[in-house]
Ligand binder design. Structure first.
Ligand SMILES: Nc1ncnc2c1ncn2[C@@H]1O[C@H](COP(=O)(O)OP(=O)(O)OP(=O)(O)O)[C@@H](O)[C@H]1O
Ligand SMILES: [Mg+2]
Length: 232
């Protein structure tokens, strides 16, 4: 569904992605797990053609219209309300404004539709950004750190939503530095450190491979074993 082969990206002297190769399958949740600066956002930017790579190839099995994207800078219009924000995008996509309210319902913001973005809590704003990304019911959805900075309850709500999107047939590509999140919701993960993938596969299998299952699978232990550093 999403494929990267031997991707290299340099910014000046710095090589930020070194020979990245992975593939995601249809209708799975694929997690890119790595600490700050590992190159996660750069990978999403390349996959969504916002940035060009220096070497290698990549492809997505979906048109730009069939792709949804939520980056860490949410780019919402802060003085407009939730519904108005989504309606602008519905206009861009050429879809009915009815879809805006449907998307708000899916993220649990229907009763906040008339609230201005600058009056929302962080978690509400994050959910609105997700609503915007799923407005046109994309086949492939990129979520850059969808739960960063959220409390566990709000994060769980977003996990449910992501699982629900997969149930409805979407392929979700997300980034995180939260290994619990990766183990809980991702079908497969790639562990990224300083622009290199150090491990990839099914979270529980990765943990078994590295003897990192005591009571629960511990991806962070694998990460530390492979890189010498933690994920946060
Ligand atoms: N436009 C740019 N110009 C120069 N260097 C950049 C640029 N964008 C990213 N980098 C560098 O590339 C590396 C990877 O950055 P990236 O944003 O992909 O990391 P990340 O894994 O998303 O981190 P975080 O978890 O903090 O969001 C960092 O060292 C960063 O400084
Ligand atoms: Mg990032």
């Amino acid at each position: 569904m999403i494929k990267m082969t031997n991707i290299v990206k340099r910014f000046g002297e710095q090589t930020v992605l070194a020979d990245i190769t992975f593939e995601t399958y249809t209708k799975e949740i694929f997690g890119l797990l790595g600490p700050s600066g590992a190159g996660k956002t750069t990978i999403i930017n390349i996959l969504t053609n916002q940035l060009s790579a220096d070497e290698g190839t990549h492809s997505i099995d979906a048109t730009p219209f069939e792709t949804g994207l939520m980056l860490d800078e949410d780019g919402l219009y802060v003085r407009l309300n939730c519904l108005e924000n989504l309606n602008i995008f519905a206009g861009i996509y050429g879809i009915s404004h009815k879809k805006s309210m449907e998307a708000l319902k899916r993220v649990g913001l229907e009763s906040d539709a008339k609230k201005a973005v600058n009056t929302l809590s962080r978690g509400m704003r994050q959910r609105l950004a997700i609503a915007r990304a799923i407005l046109h019911e994309p086949k492939v959805l990129f979520l850059d750190e969808p739960t960063s900075g959220l409390d566990p309850v709000t994060a769980r709500g977003i996990h449910k939503l992501i699982l629900n999107l997969r149930e409805n047939g979407a392929t979700v590509f997300l980034t995180t530095h939260n290994m619990d999140e990766a183990v809980k919701i991702c079908d497969r993960v790639a562990l990224l450190h300083k622009g290199k993938i150090v491990e990839q596969g099914i979270p529980t299998e990765i943990c078994h491979r590295h003897n990192a299952v005591k009571t629960v699978p511990d991806l962070e232990a694998v990460f530390i074993k492979m890189t010498g550093v933690g994920l946060e």
